[in-house]
Design a protein around this ligand. Structure first.
Ligand SMILES: [Zn+2]
Length: 437
């Protein structure tokens, strides 16, 4: 008798990401209890399934891992563009946050961001924003995977009084969410310029005790590094190292300003880096030396950053930008190939977030976090190699199905755990209120 599974998906192509560069034609994948039980050519897999999908023009791949963002800020999308980072924050974003950000804003904004991310194939995202309890609830309800890093800043804001208050609230949230399998709660120190060294020391102590992830914006711009040196005599990366934060649980975001010695330090301490190419391009922050970091063996993920700055949450756009930036900045068209970019957006991100054993590739034993992309449109014809299209030919709007831990969250582009009309209506209502103020 054939083995029994919950879900069996057949597709024209399957890109497992492990082994590297493999494309299986005429593929099937079987899932049971949320896990992958077999992957291969269709005639090699004989199972009996409760539910079967035949996706004849589609490519299956692991869901994207958006390793850095501020989901709720999507409600500020398009409010302020074409500004320098510090002016954008000081003059527009921070006053706007003070006026509007509360539980309802974060819930509605995170739902909108999740809807957009799911429709673009993201099954796991990392978040750093005020009222993280509202973001966590939105993620739980929608059913995708999330790393919620509660924000830590020294100044009073709508969510907390100071850095200690942030930590206190965040640790309570971590306790509350312990039983949520698809959620991880970690520390989100915003940056060295929004915290005191003593705050960072405290975070390092707690994170080590709890073995919890820490994500921080670091070396985003030259101004950040120069100001730190002028004011404290120390570069932000050196400060982070001095307080004991560097190490396998630290995820540093941006890292556009690095010396060769910095890259060696990151590699030696097994510190992860999250590359946000479109955010860095739009804010003219700089170019992270991805090629050199890859050669040094640093764990690298890819993130969209908040949609208030980089105005969308598509990981396919990020893969495209990452690949093109790596090529032009090294004057070498062979840098960051299509597969390398796909690896960054899937398994690379999973490993950077410490989830490499669980997600990021389609291999037996891993979680069934899978997306299907329809390549039947004229814009994606002909198909010689689907990996090329994923990175160089825009097809984010063709993600048709999405499973997280074997649970179907989108079928034929219809979200099954979010009411798209309600999410859209809330977004329009916020825009009306904000634009009248
Ligand atoms: Zn950010």
């Amino acid at each position: 008798m054939a083995e029994k599974v919950d879900t069996l998906i057949h597709a024209r192509w399957l890109v497992p990401v492990e082994p590297a560069r493999q494309v299986i034609e005429g593929a099937s994948i079987a899932l049971r209890g949320g896990r992958i039980v077999s992957v291969g050519e269709r005639d090699q897999i004989s199972v009996e399934a409760d539910e079967e999908f035949s996706l004849d023009d589609h490519v299956l791949l692991p869901g994207f891992v958006n390793a850095h963002g501020h989901a709720a800020m999507v409600l500020f999308r398009g409010y302020a563009d074409d500004m320098r980072l510090q002016a954008w924050l000081d003059e527009r974003i921070w006053p706007l946050e003070h006026a509007w950000v509360d539980q309802d804003f974060v819930r509605d904004g995170t739902e909108l961001a999740i809807a957009e991310m799911l429709r673009a194939g993201t099954t796991c995202f990392s978040d750093m924003y005020y009222f993280p309890e509202a973001a966590a609830r939105a993620a739980c309800d929608a059913g995708l995977r999330a790393q919620i890093t509660f924000p830590i800043v020294r100044f009073p804001n709508n969510w907390s009084r100071d850095a200690d208050d942030c930590i206190h609230r965040g640790l309570a949230l971590r306790d509350d969410l312990r039983s949520q399998r698809r959620l991880i709660v970690g520390f989100g120190p915003h940056a060295t310029y929004t915290l005191e060294p003593k705050n960072l020391e405290r975070i390092a102590t707690y994170a080590t005790e709890l073995d919890a992830p820490v994500q921080i914006h670091l070396h985003e711009t030259t101004a950040e590094v120069e100001n730190a040196v002028k004011e404290t005599g120390e570069r932000p990366l050196d400060l982070v190292e001095r307080v004991g934060l560097l190490g396998p649980t630290l995820q540093t975001v941006h890292m556009t300003q690095l010396t060769d010695a910095d890259i060696e330090t990151l590699a030696a301490t097994d510190t992860a880096v999250v590359h946000c190419p479109q955010s860095n391009l739009k804010l003219a922050s700089g170019i992270a030396p991805i090629a050199a970091m890859r050669r040094a063996g640093i764990r690298l993920g890819l993130g969209t950053d908040g949609a208030a700055g980089n105005n969308g949450l598509s990981m396919m756009r990020e893969m495209n930008a990452a690949s093109l930036l790596a090529k032009i900045s090294n004057h070498d068209a062979t840098e960051l190939s299509a597969f390398d970019a796909l690896h960054l957006a899937t398994l690379g991100g999973a490993i950077a977030l410490g989830l490499g054993d669980e997600i990021g590739s389609l291999v037996p034993g891993k979680s069934g976090d899978i997306i299907a992309i329809d390549l039947s449109e004229l814009e994606t014809q002909p198909v010689y190699n689907p990996i090329s299209h994923l990175v160089y030919t825009a097809c984010a709007h063709k993600v048709s199905h999405l499973w997280c831990e074997g649970e179907l969250l989108m079928r034929e582009r219809v979200l099954l755990t979010l009411d798209e009309d309600r999410v859209g209506a809330h977004a329009r209502a916020w825009a009306e209120r904000i634009s009248k103020s």
